[in-house]
Design a protein around this ligand. Structure first.
Ligand code: NAD
Length: 489
């Protein structure tokens, strides 16, 4: 399998493609076979982070002063350059994450759509005039924070690094991206593209682990605004580190343990297909929005369960670069160990493993982070597989008999990211949606994100909303100006 040339792998700091000051390198492994496919500058040192923060601090005033049309044009150019190298980005991403190639074709496109969307929204960065007193003028203007850190998880690195920096850039900030340590290679391609498009220092990319590069970035005094997509534990660590270093604005897009609640009037075939698709097995269930708890009314529990097990056991696991593959390897040895731990826990807790949870057979799977997708039935709310985010290909099926019980089950977790509700009764659908504590919900749907529709969680799933106008406005601070008007005699 191809590798990625090391001399093409650099951080982007102040418009320069650079190695880490330490001179050390980290290896990136293909999760399908554990072969080295590229190297990235090892853990950006505090000195590297300091250089990136200073470059961003120097760059943002001119970037902000350029005006919305100028910034929008550069974001659109960035998008079109990404499309020119979309095939390369796709291959790097598939090899580095293990996600399957067909659905991953959408990831670069989503990044580009988001860049274009925010480029067009620039004129909404407006303030207000407020008629507070008759003799004066009270007005607000929106100003960028300055330097923004954007910390990215491993499941969709290129999409998050592009789609989720667009709003901050459009608002006039300079951004420092830290890609995930297990899948950093697409960010190395992004660094090359960004260098050609942005004024030096406006977009910077630093590599390394969360504990070193990530922590140094969060604590850097010039970094005023932080956004992380990652686990709840990481989000809390970042909030703490940010608070210890200064007063900072932090957005958290964190984990989920999302319910799909199925009412008796739903169509069992449609529900079974949706429940399997909603697990996002094409990226191995490593998805914050996967509805990994399937809450079935007792009247259709057995019918749906049988269909779900048939569908899941026929999922074609294999080489993620093969167009016919439906599920690849999980992202890393850490992920595999975590999934295996939860499969074991589910069994010891008394749930019934109906399919999967084992390494697939055959020489193709001798190395790499492979596990077959798993379905547990008989799951109850007290079990850890019902409460904790596995972030892997494990579906927990639960049974309920009345609506209060279903809602109690849905809300019986710390998380509150997404929920899917399946019924043909509009009253039941809406009243359930209002009672379920989750930030993003679908009625007779699942999984989809829509541009301009806010996405984000409640409870342990996070703080803030992204993917909409709110996100861009959230990268500005409101300044209020009161003008005392002189009265004419
Ligand atoms: P993770 O929390 O391990 O890492 C995410 C990023 O944070 C990585 O870049 C990592 O290096 C960095 N990081 C880790 N510790 C840090 C620290 N102390 N300081 C600064 N940075 C630090 O998450 P992951 O395993 O890469 O991704 C999986 C998690 O992401 C899941 O919990 C999933 O639900 C969540 N996620 C949420 C969303 C959402 O929109 N809510 C989307 C995708 C993934």
């Amino acid at each position: 399998m191809a590798t990625i040339a090391t001399d093409a792998c650099h951080m982007l700091i102040g418009g320069q493609l650079v190695e880490s000051e330490s001179g050390a390198w980290d290896e990136s492994l293909n999760p399908a076979n554990e072969e080295v496919i590229g190297r990235t500058p090892a853990a950006a040192t505090a000195a590297d982070i300091d250089k990136a923060a200073k470059a961003a601090e120097q760059a943002w005033p001119a970037w902000a002063a350029m005006g919305v049309s100028g910034r929008g044009e550069i974001l659109r150019t960035f998008g079109s350059r990404l499309l020119e190298r979309a095939d390369e980005l796709l291959h790097v991403e598939v090899m580095d994450t293990g996600n399957t190639i067909v659905p991953m074709r959408g990831d670069v496109r989503m990044g580009v759509d988001s860049l274009n969307y925010y480029a067009g929204l620039g004129h909404e960065l407006k303030g207000q005039t407020i008629p507070s007193t008759p003799g004066n003028l009270h007005l607000t203007v929106r100003e960028p924070y300055g330097v923004v850190a954007r910390i990215v998880p491993f499941n969709h690195p290129v999409m998050f690094a592009t789609a989720r920096t667009a709003a901050a850039l459009m608002a006039g900030n300079a951004v420092i991206i830290k890609p995930p340590e297990t899948s950093p290679l697409s960010a190395m391609v992004l660094a090359q593209i960004a260098r050609e498009v942005f004024p030096p220092g406006v977009l910077n990319i630093v590599t390394g682990s969360g504990a070193t590069a990530g922590d140094a970035l969060v604590r850097h005094p010039l970094v005023k605004r932080i956004a992380i997509i990652g686990s709840t534990a990481t989000g809390r660590a970042i909030q703490k580190a940010a608070a210890e270093s200064a007063v900072k604005h932090v957005t958290l897009e964190l984990g989920g343990k999302n319910p799909m609640i199925v009412f008796p009037d739903a169509d069992p075939d449609a529900v079974a297909k949706a429940a399997v698709a909603a697990m996002n097995f094409s990226w191995q269930g490593q998805s914050c929005g996967s509805t990994s708890r399937l809450l079935l009314h007792e009247s259709l529990h057995d019918q749906v369960l049988e269909r779900v097990v048939n569908l899941v056991s026929s999922i074609r696991v294999g080489d993620p670069l093969d167009e016919k593959t439906q599920m690849g390897p999980v992202n890393s040895a850490r992920q595999l160990a975590k999934v295996e731990k939860y499969v074991q826990l589910g069994k010891t807790e008394g749930a019934c493993l109906l399919t999967g949870g084992v390494r697939p057979e055959g020489s193709a799977f001798a190395r790499g982070y492979w596990i077959r997708p798993a379905v547990f039935a008989g799951v109850t709310t007290n079990m850890r597989i019902a409460k904790e985010e596995i972030f892997g290909p494990v579906l927990s099926v639960m049974r309920w008999s009345n609506v209060d019980e279903a809602i109690e089950m849905a809300n019986a977790v710390d998380y509150g990211l997404t929920a899917a509700i399946w019924t043909n009764d509009i009253n039941v659908a809406f009243s359930t949606a209002r009672r379920v504590r989750a930030g993003h919900q679908w009625i007779n749907g699942f999984g989809a994100h829509y541009l301009a529709v806010p996405f984000g969680g409640v409870k342990a799933s996070g703080v803030g909303r992204e993917e909409a106008l709110e996100e861009m406005l959230d990268y500005t601070e409101i300044k209020t100006i009161n003008v005392t008007l002189r009265r004419h005699a």
